[in-house]
Design a protein around this ligand. Sequence first.
Ligand code: PAF
Length: 283
Amino acid sequence: MFEVADISALQNHVQHWKAQQQRLVLVPTMGNLHQGHLQLVQHGQTCGDKVIVSIFVNPMQFPPGTDFESYPRTLKEDAKKLEALGVDGLFAPATEDIYPLALEKTTQVVVPELSDILCGEHRPGHFVGVTTIVAKLFNIVQPDIAVFGEKDYQQLVIIKKMVDDLGYPVEIQSSATVREDDGLAMSSRNQYLSDQQRSIAPRLYQLLCAAKEQVHSKMPFSDIEAGAMQSLTQAGFKPEYFSIRCANSLAPASAEPSGNKKALVILAAAWLGKARLIDNISV
Ligand code: PAF
């Protein structure tokens, strides 16, 4: 596995592979790799010939006052894990190479509307940061395929729309959420939880599973959402949203007459101490 920080060094490898007609897969990450990331990599290895993982803690996607400074950075350990998986290249650029200008002077890629709802409503500017860095990585790496996790469901929908709207020749692949034995979705931010909070955290996924059952039992969606928000608060969370949406458009969904088979997704975000947890379930 090669490991480079330099953009032109990365592009030399890419050009060499492209000349050999190799299908290139990019797995963009912010590092601090856990089993969830490693599954994205393994999924990527089944889709193409060469897999490049990028590790870049992207300042543009951290709204002011959030955890950019304290976000765990573990490049050495991450590199070992990727090497062991047989990844072909690790690209870990420096912030000043990705953003030579101040962030407010840098061109941004905006996916309107979808970026302002759900997590976007609570973290203004977050998704503009995500789409800007993903567009930059696509331009630098020029992958044929890119892999994203379904845990960040809204991010996945937004990136697919960006790819459609801007005509990127990149196939977007998604990979299922990896969970701890008790159902908690794996996340780098789980390490912010105290032992006591960690014992409460699986409740978020339990409530998503319960809501899925309630959707099937034709309970009014607004009652399901309100009940789950109340249960989260009672369990000790500070919930931001718990919302039943159309799976493709993320538009608010309503209970449809029986026979309607529209795909839905239930998404939730809630604070537990210093950790902001997000999760979702498909219906
Ligand atoms: O999902 C993430 O880890 C990040 O949002 C991404 C896609 C790597 C962009 O920084």
